[in-house]
Design a protein around this ligand. Structure first.
Ligand code: DGJ
Length: 717
């Protein structure tokens, strides 16, 4: 996969290719990232240079300007005025020293990374001799994936201290072209909304300084041609394998060339003592010419095979969660009663959410005191778990280990353990303070309290929540050390309790990123479970996350976040498209919908492997949303048809299905109709209609009213 010639290096796995070379004065020049090239023989897209007035001639050569050169490790100080990838006071050269190929990848220490088995890595060492700074660029390619990883390691090889201001894991220069940026924006309960706009001349950046990767601007990007669609056209995808502060920069220069960077935010002033090194988080780059849908397939396969923790038992039990039915009003009788009802209706796990620990009555108190509240759980968590499991259910428990309430034993004992302890009035979010995980004693404490609860009670699932942004921390090094400690804690817990499923939650999707995915089995997608809102959120998420990494439940109606009333069926159909599914309904609501709940639990259990392993396609997005989920063998297909707004006298919709095996025939569940794959893919499948007489015989009819959905199931015969 890695070829070296007099023209430079080519990393090419037949799906994607990345090429670079050493230019004059040892500067690393970027040549290509995109489709496979096969070889550099005959490759002619060398960086072009021309005389440009006012440019700074590089070391006396009038036709050479770093300011327009496509580079791998751009720095400031010698005529490149675009955003630098590496910045340190005094840095004005990075000269090629050596290169080596390694099997596998670079050990990133505590940082999460894609698994390297079978991969090959090219490491290129550059140095600033006069400063005594070494920068190593690592490029990793895997067979069978259109994905490449990139990271940099910066080491102080001098005998005096240095400051590192910026070390962008990803920095590539793309040739002049009209392009779009696609990225995600959002907020609490409306995460993952896709935004697309033209790249204009100038610098566009987004990121997070909130201590989490954030729902506002998660670390994902796609650069597309302006005519790229869901199915066709070039896409260059980028993602950072990191969960804290980050920054993405897209800069289009006066000649239309684009620099794309992803990494920790610049200006970090990271002290590097002699001999010390800084490893930047891993960035991933993806290329496809099959549109945004092709990009999603590339990420889905890569995330499933290389990022998500490997498990012996990938099965996700259908669960009942206490949050939206009980909030903080939980006690052992209520939980046992819910467990019995849940079991009767076909659920497989009971999850006790917030409210179970010492003194917790609302969100003002008790975070940090992770023992069962003796008043409401007098028999203790071990006994409650025994009773729930005796009903034939697994037991799951909620934690928010990174946080502490002022009103708690932990805070009274260790007021100095919080971020902002040195300030007059540290900021509170949801009435809580953040523990300073960069302190080793805090890290050890968190690991030990969670571990001791996991030892005390038979817990199969941990919902690891985090409900505020981190303020009062303007020290980039401590913010990064916080993240490394978090990764270490979870890694150790996973090792000690390999059977436990860990769910990542940060008020829903505030840490929706590939870093968390390396350590958590799934992510709580959003606190909004209203099906209409979830359609957009899950659509956005599906651009990067496979369904197996997402979690959902059927919550109450009217929805507690936006007040919208929705049918049970609409909630069931949208929640279907997540790997981990369940309910958050009270005993009364469960009873009122008993037969639907039972039927749904059966549907969810019988389609577990389909949602975790199947291929997901967005067939239509807009007022009508149509999704297709196809089992790996192609034997089973589920289509979601959702119409957000009811209209009188609606048109007939039909949709072309994708990726079925030609020559196969499919039977529609319910109506029994038979379709040929060619017909489904070329002529299309008619969608349900509100005029029942208009539907083909017995085919599912669409209910009237807003937010009408139908699940259509086809089986190969
Ligand atoms: C925020 C989460 O997203 C919710 O699901 C719930 O667990 C609450 N926190 C509990 O405080």
């Amino acid at each position: 996969m890695i070829e070296e010639s007099e023209k430079g290096w080519l990393l090419d796995n037949g799906l994607v290719a990345y090429a670079l070379r050493v230019g004059e004065d040892g500067v690393l020049e970027h040549l290509h990232f995109g489709g496979s090239l096969g070889s550099l023989a005959g490759f002619s897209a060398w960086p072009r240079q021309a005389y440009r007035s006012l440019q700074i001639d590089d070391r006396g050569k009038p036709f050479r300007h770093l300011g327009t050169l496509a580079q791998e490790l751009p720095f400031f100080g010698r005529g490149d005025f675009r955003s630098p990838a590496i910045a340190a006071p005094g840095l004005d050269e990075l000269v090629f020293e050596s290169a080596r190929k390694i099997e596998g990848g670079l050990d990133l220490g505590d940082l999460p990374s894609a698994r390297f088995e079978g991969a090959e890595t090219l490491q290129i060492r550059t140095v600033s001799r006069h400063m005594g700074l070494e920068v190593v660029l690592s490029l990793t390619l895997w067979p069978g994936h259109p994905v490449l990883a990139r990271t940099v390691t910066v080491r102080n090889i001098s005998d005096r201290p240095h400051l590192l201001d910026r070390a962008s894991s990803l920095s590539i220069d793309l040739p002049q072209a009209d392009r779009h940026i696609v990225h995600l924006t959002g907020s609490w309960a409306r995460e993952m909304h896709l935004q697309r706009h033209r790249i204009e001349t100038g610098r566009f950046s987004f990121g997070s300084c909130r201590g989490t990767s954030s729902a506002q601007h998660p670390p994902f990007i796609a650069l597309t041609d302006t005519d790229t669609t869901e199915l066709h056209g070039e896409v260059l995808g980028g993602a950072l394998v990191y969960s804290g502060n980050h920054e993405t920069v897209v800069e289009k220069d006066e000649f239309g060339a684009v620099r794309l960077q992803m990494g920790l935010p610049g200006g970090m002033r990271w002290p590097l003592a002699p001999g010390e090194a800084f490893i930047a988080p891993q960035a991933l780059l993806l290329h496809t010419d099959r549109g945004l849908g092709g990009m999603s397939h590339g990420w889905h396969d890569f995330v499933r095979e290389r990022l998500l923790p490997e498990r012996r038992e990938p099965y996700r039990p259908v669960y009942l969660n206490t949050w939206e039915s009980a909030y903080f009003e939980v006690d052992e009788d209520k939980v046992e009663k819910l467990a019995r009802a849940a079991k009767k209706l076909g659920c497989e796990m009971l999850v006790l959410d917030d409210g179970w620990f010492k003194g917790r009555r609302d969100d003002h108190t008790s975070l940090g005191d992770w023992q069962a509240d003796p008043k409401r759980f007098s028999r203790g968590m071990g006994e409650l778990a025994r009773r729930v499991t005796a009903e034939g259910l697994k037991f799951g428990l909620w934690f928010e280990p990174e946080m502490v309430s002022r009103e708690s034993d932990l805070y009274r004992e260790h007021p100095d353990w919080i971020i902002g302890a040195d300030r007059d009035r540290p900021g509170e979010g949801r009435n809580q303070l953040t523990l300073d995980l960069s302190r080793p004693e805090v890290e050890a404490h968190i690991e030990s309290v969670v571990a001791s609860m996991l030892r005390e009670a038979d817990i199969s699932y941990v919902k690891w929540d985090m409900n505020r942004f981190v303020s009062d921390l303007d020290d980039a090094k401590r913010a990064h050390l916080y993240m490394l400690a978090l990764y270490r804690i979870v890694r150790k817990l996973r090792k000690a309790f390999p059977g436990v499923v860990f769910e990542n939650c940060a008020s829903g999707g505030n840490r929706f990123d590939f870093g968390m995915l390396c350590l958590f089995d799934q992510t709580w997608t959003s606190d909004l479970c209203d099906p209409e809102g979830r359609l957009d959120i899950q659509s956005g998420a599906s651009h990067f996350f496979p369904l197996s990494a997402l979690a959902s439940y059927i919550g109450p109606s009217p929805n507690h976040q936006n007040g919208r009333i929705s049918s049970f069926e609409a909630r069931r159909d949208v929640a279907f498209f997540c790997g981990s599914r369940g309910f958050s309904l009270s005993a009364e609501e469960l009873e009122a919908h008993a037969s639907s709940v039972k039927e749904t639990a059966g549907l969810y259990t019988s389609t577990q492997s389909l949602v975790t392993k199947g291929r997901f396609d967005r067939l239509r997005t807009g007022a009508e949303i149509i999704w297709q989920l196809t089992s790996p063998s192609g034997d089973e297909v589920v289509i979601l048809y959702a119409r957000k707004r009811s209209e009188p006298n609606p048109p007939f919709a039909s949709v072309r299905l994708r990726n079925l095996e030609k020559g196969s025939a499919y039977r529609m569940e319910g109506s029994g109709e038979l379709w040929r794959a060619e017909s489904l893919m070329v002529a299309g499948l008619p969608m349900p209609h509100t005029d029942h007489r208009a539907n083909p015989p017995l085919m599912k009819a669409l209910p009237t009213g807003d937010m009408a959905t139908a699940l259509l199931r086809l089986r190969r015969v």
